[in-house]
Design a protein around this ligand. Structure first.
Ligand code: NAP
Length: 289
């Protein structure tokens, strides 16, 4: 634990629930390693209390904070500035002080993209398929388009939610034209052309570790030399990644995304390089990986 002094600067995370958050573990490990007089603490904030909490943060000189469920969308009107990427996905997960007020962005995009950037692939030639159309899928889609993919296939199980999801991109016509929506049944024809398969569903998450959003016979249709990326970080690897590896795919698990979204946030708050290995190892130790 960092030493708390009379000058300690505060960072934190707001959400409800917030108890499960891994952010305090990794941010305080980095702060201790850098020997900085900061502390990162959880703030449970109920849905109706968001505006009061933000006003209070202004009064106590909080330096910045992370945001989790249920405030990622509701925080937007309370900020003086929001990054273009966060506007695109309609959710903010990181806020910091500026001279003109609170500014917000969404570091899930960078967190998702960093592990892919370490691979030498021509992303303009890659065909990605995303399983699921919830909150995380939005960051994944923006990340893939930022990487240079010309289109992204999104597969969902609920036609009404899929239609609403598609509609929600229409105020960004260029992006909307790059997002192709499919029912789950279409996977049979999509997988043989898929270079990057991303699981953004919670299927396979601990404790239901034997489940996979794609069964073995369907996974067998995945294109040769594809990349399989699961946003889930426990278990590690997931059944989805194991099945994909059996088909020769390269696997990326969700731990690095978790680490890298935190790295991106801490760099914004501290305005200096941060110890990525320390943050990754703190999470691995905490999760028993
Ligand atoms: P979410 O908003 O609830 O979205 C989940 C999506 O998965 C929805 O489209 C949902 O469809 C679909 N889904 C759920 N069960 C399914 C099933 N049995 N078959 C097919 N589709 C199913 O959740 P989220 O915030 O996007 O998070 C999704 C996952 O990503 C979670 O496991 C989360 O832990 C992980 N995640 C990881 C990171 C990281 O840093 N590694 C970051 C963010 C999220 P319906 O709408 O029809 O239910």
């Amino acid at each position: 634990m960092p030493q708390i002094t009379g000058k300690t600067k505060l960072l934190g995370i707001i959400g409800d629930p917030v108890e499960h958050s891994l952010s305090p573990v990794m941010h305080n490990a980095a702060i201790a390693h850098l020997k900085l007089d900061y502390a990162y603490v959880p703030f449970p904030v109920k849905q109706g209390d968001l505006a009061r909490a933000i006003a209070g943060f202004g009064a106590i000189d909080l330096q910045g904070f992370s945001i989790t469920i249920p405030h990622k969308q509701d925080i937007i009107p309370l900020l003086s500035e929001v990054s273009d990427d966060a506007v695109k996905i309609g959710a903010v997960n990181t806020v910091w002080r500026t001279e003109s007020g609170w500014k917000g962005t969404n570091t899930d995009i960078e967190g998702f993209v960093v592990p892919l950037q370490t691979m030498s692939r021509d992303w303009t030639q890659m065909t990605p398929t995303v399983l699921g159309n919830g909150g995380a899928a939005r960051a994944v889609i923006v990340g893939l388009l930022n990487l240079g993919c010309s289109e992204v296939h999104v597969v969902g199980r609920n036609p009404d939610k899929l239609a609403r999801f598609y509609q929600s991109w229409q105020h960004l016509p260029t992006m909307a034209s790059q997002i192709k929506i499919h029912n789950w049944d279409n996977l049979k024809s999509l997988l043989p052309a898929t270079d990057l398969l991303v699981n953004t569903t919670p299927v396979g998450m601990s404790p239901r570790i034997d489940a996979s959003p794609i069964d073995p016979s369907l996974m067998a249709k995945l294109k040769l030399n594809a990349i399989a990326y699961d946003l889930i970080y426990t278990p590690n690897p997931t059944q989805f990644l194991k099945l994909a590896q059996e088909e020769g795919a390269t696997a990326i698990d969700g731990l690095e995304m978790l680490v890298q979204q935190g790295v991106a946030a801490l760099k914004i708050w501290l305005e200096q390089p941060v110890p990525v290995d320390i943050m990754r190892n703190s999470l691995k130790g905490y999760l028993g990986l």
